[in-house]
Every structure is written in C-alpha cells, then in structure tokens.
Design a protein around this ligand. Structure first.
Ligand code: FES
Length: 107
C-alpha cells in the first residue's frame, strides 16, 4: 500500500464537516476544523465504538457509546472510560486532493 493515500477532493470536506472513510484495513475519521483537516482512527480505544457519530467540540470528540473524549489533533485520551490514546494520521492536500499518510501499512 502506498504511504500517502488519496482520499477525496478537499472541496468535499468544508470547515466544520467530518467524514468517515473506510480503507482496506483502516477506518478513518477526517475532520475539518477551521480549514485544517485532521485524521484519526475511527475506533474508540475503550471498547471499539465508532467515533464518527460522536459530538465534536473544538478539538475534542466524544465517543457516542460511553462518553470517552479524545483530542482530534493528537489522539490523546481526555477522560475515562478510555485510557489509551487513539492513532492519528498526517494529512496533506496535493492538487486539491486530501491525502492521508498510512504509517502502519508503509513499513
Ligand atoms: S466504546 Fe467509546 S467510550 Fe466505550
């Protein structure tokens, strides 16, 4: 798998929007906050819940299942019942396309 994976045109994810993206071995959540796009793994570290239906406040997302919160920039867990951070992915825009760096599958 290529290191940088093309996701979709950047114009499809405007500020304040988020999108779930399922790749072969990875489910991602992309969030546009004030024009900057962040990518996190779409899996809560507490019990595997999908985060894409979670509430987003600033740079925080709340898992819809049991309320754990994570930082969208860093993946850091912010409150129980989760205790482990979640993965984040580098994002860039090339020729108008959002690309995500898949570090785990590029080794
Ligand atoms: S699955 Fe996310 S808080 Fe439990």
């Amino acid at each position: 798998m290529a290191q940088w994976i093309e996701i979709f045109p950047a114009s499809e994810l405007k500020s304040g929007m988020h999108a779930q993206v399922d790749l072969a071995e990875l489910s991602l959540l992309l969030v546009n906050i004030d024009g900057e796009i962040y990518a996190i793994e779409n899996v809560c570290s507490h019990d595997g819940g999908e985060l894409n239906d979670g509430q987003i406040n600033g740079f925080e997302i709340t898992c819809p299942r049991h309320g754990a919160r994570f930082n969208l920039k860093t993946g850091a867990v912010l409150c129980a019942p989760a205790f482990e951070d979640i993965n984040t992915y580098r994002v860039r825009i090339i020729n108008g396309l959002v690309q995500v760096y898949d570090e785990e599958n590029s080794k």
